[in-house]
Design a protein. Sequence first.
Length: 196
Amino acid sequence: MANYDKYIPSGLTLDDSYAIKILICYFLRQIDRPITHNQLIEIATSAGGVNYFTFSEVVAQMLETGMLLEKEIDGEKYYVLSTASWEGANDFKTLVPKSFRDRILSAGLKFFAKLKNDNDVKVSVSKMKIGYSVNCVCTEGEVVLMDLKLFAPDEEQANMLADKIVDNPADFYAKVIDYAIENEEYDPKPEEVSDS
């Protein structure tokens, strides 16, 4: 089968309810985790290509027909796929252009990474007597992995530092650890100064 995805413009929208159902099933199978209504809507509409109102109607139809099931976790309603939807997700995925599948999956992965970072990384900026302090606390569950304070001479630089940490906290943490591991004791190489 030929791949025509390269001819589909990135601004093209998916408005066929059958294709949107397949897209939802494909996405939920790929992420393999329960998802709230708001999370699903945010991911699908932020990925572009899916109209909010059409998407909302399709989700309602899927709940009505049993393709999507509601599961309560800690008092909040989540969506999961029915067994038939789970099994059919891979069988029918090729009926939706790969570009749409890639967009929603990429948006979902970014969304859940940000959600995890928001829970695991706290960054704040505090004014000090002189300058500002950028405080970064990285946790995993109950364990504090890193508690770091950085000095910035002004608020603009402090906010820039905070934003850079928040953009990719896992990479920031990894670089701090790498630097600490590779750091070596200062070993000066004395050179004699001559009068000539």
